[in-house]
Ligand binder design. Structure first.
Ligand code: OSB
Ligand code: MG
Length: 379
């Protein structure tokens, strides 16, 4: 594909409800959308970086810097035949996976459209895998002001149709809340996400949680740790799931070999794009480690990509991909994502990402817009 034009949109939109994790409270989401035009076909990508470096060192500002200064010039430097070439093209930039993933996503959208396929079917074609039509999903509930509010929130999401509830925890808001949730919902799929708020000294707390029949405990220890998780996992029956500390297929292999986790949460943004996300899916599958698709409060643009990824067969556990109305009112896309009666989201079947981005809504939430074109070749 011959890339003609790349545009970046710095956006900000309010969440329908504040979202509290162990690293802070979010009331509005800032992000970057990338629009790439190649051979007359338009593709979209969404950055999962946030305004603040709470979950990751990457932010909207570092993403803008890395994309405009390095990644966009690298894309314009030569034609690119396949989105799977993006990681090599970007390899002179260390890290900054979320920035890389944003641009790679738009290339996947274009490649799928050029093949006349939905992104899901395009991934199926290039990997030779049978893809799912629907993805089992859950909801991620932020830390609530009180335990009572948490129970109410869980009840309403269960009623809405989500099959799995993830509760965020932090020191002081953990065992008591989780015990109350288990007592109120004895037969439901419950899990917790600590976002790295604990250390090995808290092993006893997790041993106490071990009796609550949780589906998994997500990222209890350091955000860049694998080794100490390998000390904690053998003390627990409950599977540990790693999120923050897995950035590459090699990290996944290391974590599995060390016995640091039994499940991996794949976020294509965290791992530098769809190519590496698929590679991690395959590494885990070969080791009999199930994966699920994490979310970063994406708009419908990023969610559509996540759904296509989560249609791969080793996404065996419910993913953090909720209906549009759990995040934004309105979402940037039409039609919004809605949960099916069986607790799934349908993977878009239209060409490419298969969602329609509403231009007026994008205009309303855009704080900054910049466009870049290929330099005409000399002579
Ligand atoms: O740790 O999975 C996480 C949101 C922002 C940053 C980190 C995380 C999350 C979520 C939300 O849990 C998942 C979603 O998008 O529904
Ligand atoms: Mg997480």
């Amino acid at each position: 594909m011959n890339i003609e034009r790349i545009e970046l949109f710095h956006i900000r939109l309010p969440l329908v409800a504040p979202f509290e994790t162990s690293f802070g409270v979010t009331t509005e989401r800032e992000s970057i959308l990338a629009r790439i035009v190649a051979d007359g076909v338009t593709g979209w990508g969404e950055s999962v970086a946030d305004a603040d470096p709470g979950y990751s060192y990457e932010t909207v500002t570092t993403n803008w810097h890395v994309m405009t200064g390095y990644l966009i010039p690298a894309l314009f430097s030569a034609p690119i035949a396949d989105p799977r070439e993006a990681p090599a093209r970007f390899s002179r930039v260390r890290g900054h996976n979320m920035a890389k993933a944003t641009l790679e996503a738009a290339l996947w959208d274009i490649a799928a459209q050029q093949a006349g396929l939905s992104l899901r079917d395009y991934i199926g074609k290039v990997t030779g895998r049978q893809m799912k039509d629907c993805v089992v999903v859950g909801v991620s509930i932020g830390i609530q002001p009180t335990t009572e509010k948490l129970l109410e929130r869980i009840a309403s999401f269960l009623q809405y149709g989500y099959l799995r509830i993830k509760m965020k925890i932090k020191p002081g808001r953990d065992l008591h809340d989780v015990r109350a949730a288990r007592a109120a919902f004895p037969d439901r799929m419950l899990m917790v996400d600590a976002n790295s708020a604990y250390t090995l000294k808290d092993a006893d707390l997790f041993r106490q949680m071990d009796d609550l029949n949780l589906l998994m405990i997500e990222q209890p220890l350091g955000y860049d740790d694998i080794y100490e998780h390998s000390k904690l996992q053998p003390q627990l029956k409950t599977p540990i799931c790693l999120d923050e500390s897995i950035h590459t297929p090699d990290h996944a292999r290391m974590a599995i070999e060390l016995g640091a986790c039994k499940i991996i949460n794949i976020k294509q943004g965290r791992v530098g794009g769809l190519t590496h996300a698929i590679a991690i899916h395959d590494v885990c599958e070969a080791c009999n480690v199930p994966v699920w698709c994490g979310g970063m409060l994406e708009t419908g643009v990023g969610r559509a990509l996540n759904l296509a990824l989560a249609a791969l067969p080793n996404f065996k556990l419910p993913s953090d991909l909720s209906a549009s109305n759990r995040y934004y009112d309105p979402d940037l896309i039409e039609p919004p994502f809605e949960i099916n009666a069986d607790g799934t989201l349908s993977v878009p079947a239209g060409s490419g990402l298969g969602v329609h981005l509403v231009p007026e809504r994008l205009r309303k939430v855009t704080l900054r817009h910049e466009a870049f074109s290929a330099q005409p070749s000399p002579g």
